[in-house]
Write a protein that binds this ligand. Sequence first.
Ligand SMILES: [Zn+2]
Length: 223
Amino acid sequence: MLPVLVFILFIQQFQKPALPNCRTEKAMEALGLLDVQAIHPGIKVSLAYSEKENFIGFDVYGCVSRAFLQREAAMKLAQAQRALEKELPGYSLLIWDAARPRSAQKILWDSIKKPEKVKHVYVANPNRGSIHNYGCAVDLTIADPKGKAIDMGTGFDYFGELAQPRLEARLLKTGRLSATQITNRKRLRSIMQKAGFMPISSEWWHFNFCSLARAKSKYKPVP
Ligand SMILES: [Zn+2]
C-alpha cells in the first residue's frame, strides 16, 4: 500500500490537474495532441510560460498547464524518459515548454528585446510559425531525484552565447562552461536523439521531432 501511496503523491506533485474549462487545452486535445504525462507519468512538467518566472515576467499561457505533443512525439518522449531512467535511476525529464498556441508565439516575439534581425535566433517569427505551434517541439532538461534541474550552465531562455551548443567547444576551452555542464548537455542530447528528436545549434534545451515544413504539411497549428 505504501509504495502505491508514495507513487500517487509523486504524480500529484508534478501533474497539475487540467482546468475543466481551459479552451486552449481542449483545442489541443481536439487537434489530436496528447498530454505527455498521460503517456508517461514519470515525466515532470513545469511550463515556464504558465508562470510569472519567465523572461517576459507574466503568465502567457493562462489556463494551459499541461505539456501536449503530437501522438508520435509524445510516444518518443516516453521512450526518452525510459532510457533516462535506465541510465540514471531516479532522474527524469523536466519539460519547460511543449505545444505552444500561436497567440502566445506573437506575445513572445513582441517581448524579445533584441534587434529585429537576430530575434529569430531566440523565438520563431509568428508569421512563419514555430515547430512548437504544431506540437512537434519540446523544451526540456533533466531533473535529479529531488526534482531539481541539473546544471546545464544556463537556465531556460538564456539569451546569450552560453546557451548555444554550436559554441560549446570554445566555451569549455575558455572555462565559461564546465566539463560537468557539457557532459550533462551531451547526456540530454544523446537520450533525445536516440528517441528520434533533433537538437538545434542555438538552444541546448530545444528539440524538434520533425522539420517545420513537415509539421505544416501534416498538422494544424494550435490557435
Ligand atoms: Zn523551444
